[in-house]
Design a binder for this molecule. Structure first.
Ligand SMILES: NC(=O)c1ccc[n+]([C@@H]2O[C@H](COP(=O)([O-])OP(=O)(O)OC[C@H]3O[C@@H](n4cnc5c(N)ncnc54)[C@H](OP(=O)(O)O)[C@@H]3O)[C@@H](O)[C@H]2O)c1
Length: 249
């Protein structure tokens, strides 16, 4: 792993309050190289109490932290505006916020469609477009100017039953990332598609013990994401597929 002593890194994390996003933040602020990195965090999700807890944890580790409780579907770029106004720059966007509505193909409703698309597709596009614009405007020369990670899913590469709307939204995210990567090569902005498999998070609601035993824990996804964030600036890790040991459930 490369280390960049005291180089400031402003990292925005969406979906920070729960699940994979929360595990990402917890992994980051417990990282053994923390002392050599001057991290600043801007964390967002819809539930303020989740964010307050995380902010306290980060500040105990002397990491300046801004929190923004907002619905991305209603205001997708607010978190970027808050991060810029406090820290003046954004080096990385880790986009973990996402929703899933599942059901038989014929039972999925127009509301399921609109709810899922608003967050997973429309907000993702507007958030990533703005983040990219901010990173591209950074005057940091020819090297790495920014990085964007999005937790898509293995449902971005293969179909699952009961997941027509969810798969559609995840394939759409994948399409966006594939297009953006072409721009990223020109601009020194690396784009990582994190294709996670079944991970035990609040998104699943109640889970039977037998199913739980087959699933990953959020940190199983978060740890490689943090390693990718700190990977050599000469390289771009593009797709990280992480599924349970015995395959998809
Ligand atoms: N868990 C899995 O098995 C799995 C597998 C593959 C991919 N993924 C993907 O990984 C991402 C994270 O999933 P997760 O399992 O960690 O879910 P989770 O435990 O439900 O956490 C999702 C986080 O995103 C936030 N969020 C959701 N919708 C939002 C919105 N409209 N505006 C702002 N914040 C919003 C939630 O905030 P509030 O709680 O405050 O609402 C929460 O903090 C999602 O994109 C999901 O599709 C998950």
């Amino acid at each position: 792993m490369n280390s960049h002593p005291m180089k400031e890194q402003v990292i925005v994390v969406t979906g920070a309050g729960k699940g994979i996003g929360r595990a990402f933040v917890e992994t980051l602020i417990s990282h053994p190289d923390l002392k050599t990195r001057n991290l600043k965090l801007c964390l967002t999700s819809r539930t303020l109490s989740d964010l307050t807890q995380l902010k306290d944890h980060a500040e105990r580790r002397e990491i300046e932290t801004e929190i923004v409780d907002a619905d991305l579907a209603k205001n997708p770029t607010l978190v970027l505006e808050k991060a810029l106004s406090r820290f003046k720059k954004i080096h990385a966007l880790i986009h973990c916020a996402g929703v899933g509505r599942f059901g038989d193909f014929l039972s999925l409703t127009e509301d399921d469609l609109r709810y899922t698309m608003a967050t997973n597709v429309e907000a993702t596009f507007l958030l990533l477009q703005k983040a990219y614009e901010i990173m591209k405007s950074s005057p940091e020369g020819k090297g790495l100017r920014g990085q964007i990670q999005v937790v898509t899913s293995v449902a971005a590469e293969r179909p699952f039953p009961h997941s027509a709307v969810y798969c559609m939204s995840k394939y759409a995210q994948r399409g966006l990332l594939d297009v953006m990567r072409g721009y990223g090569y020109q601009d020194g902005i690396r784009i990582l598609d994190v294709r996670a498999g079944a991970t035990l998070t609040p998104m699943w609601g109640e889970v039977e013990p037998a199913q739980e035993a087959k699933m990953m824990k959020p940190e199983d996804v978060a740890i490689p994401m943090v390693e990718a964030l700190f990977a050599s600036e000469r390289a771009s890790i593009e797709i990280l597929t992480i599924r349970p040991l015995h395959g998809d459930i």
